[in-house]
Design a protein around this ligand. Sequence first.
Ligand SMILES: [Zn+2]
Length: 221
Amino acid sequence: MSTSTEDYLKAILELGEAGIRVTTSSLAERLGVAAPSVTGMIKRLSQDTPPLLDYEPHHGVKLTRFGRLRALRVLRRHRLVETFLVEALGYTWDEVHEDAEQLEHHISDRLEERIAAFLNHPCFDPHGDPIPAVDGSLPRAAQISLLEVAPGAKVSVARVRQTASDMLRHLDSLGLHPGVAVSVTRRDPFDGPVHIAVEGKNEPVIIGAALADSILVQPRQ
Ligand SMILES: [Zn+2]
C-alpha cells in the first residue's frame, strides 16, 4: 500500500473521529492537496479490490471495513512511534508528530510488534490519543472536553487534540498535560474564555473556548 493511500485512509479516519464530515474539501484541507486530486484518489480507492472507500458523490466518503482496518493499523504505528520516541529516545511531545508521520509508513509488522512489546503494549500515546490494537479495537478514550465540564467538577486532562508543535509548547507553559488535575473555575458566556485551576499552578489559567474544546478530560476520584 502506498504512502499516500495510507495518508488518505488515516486522514478519513481522523476526520470522522473528530466529528468532521468527510468530503472532498475537508479532506483536501486536511491533507494540504488540491480538491481535484482528492477526487481522483477517492475514485481510485473506492474502485480497489477490495474497495477501501465507499464513495457516493454528494454523500461524502466512508471507509469500508477493510479500509478502516488499514487506517487503524497506520494510526497504531503512528501512535506507537510517538510513544517510543518519547519513552525511549527522550523526545518531547511537541517533537514527535512529524517524525511519526514519516515512520508510520516504513515500519514492518515485526518492528511494530517489538516496539509495542518494548513499551509494554501501551493504550495511549503521549498526547493521550488511544492506540488501536492489532485487531483494530480502540481503548476507551475520554469524550468530554473542558468546555463541557461544569464549574467545580474535579477532572484530569486525558487527551489533547492538538498536533502543532507551537500549540503543544503553549500547553506545556500552561501546565496542561495528560494526567494533570484541573477544574473549571469560571466560564464566560457566548464562547468566552474558560478559567481553570491547574494542579501545580498558583495562578488561574485562562484559555479560549476553542482550545478548551480540544482538551478532553475524565472524572477524577
Ligand atoms: Zn501525531
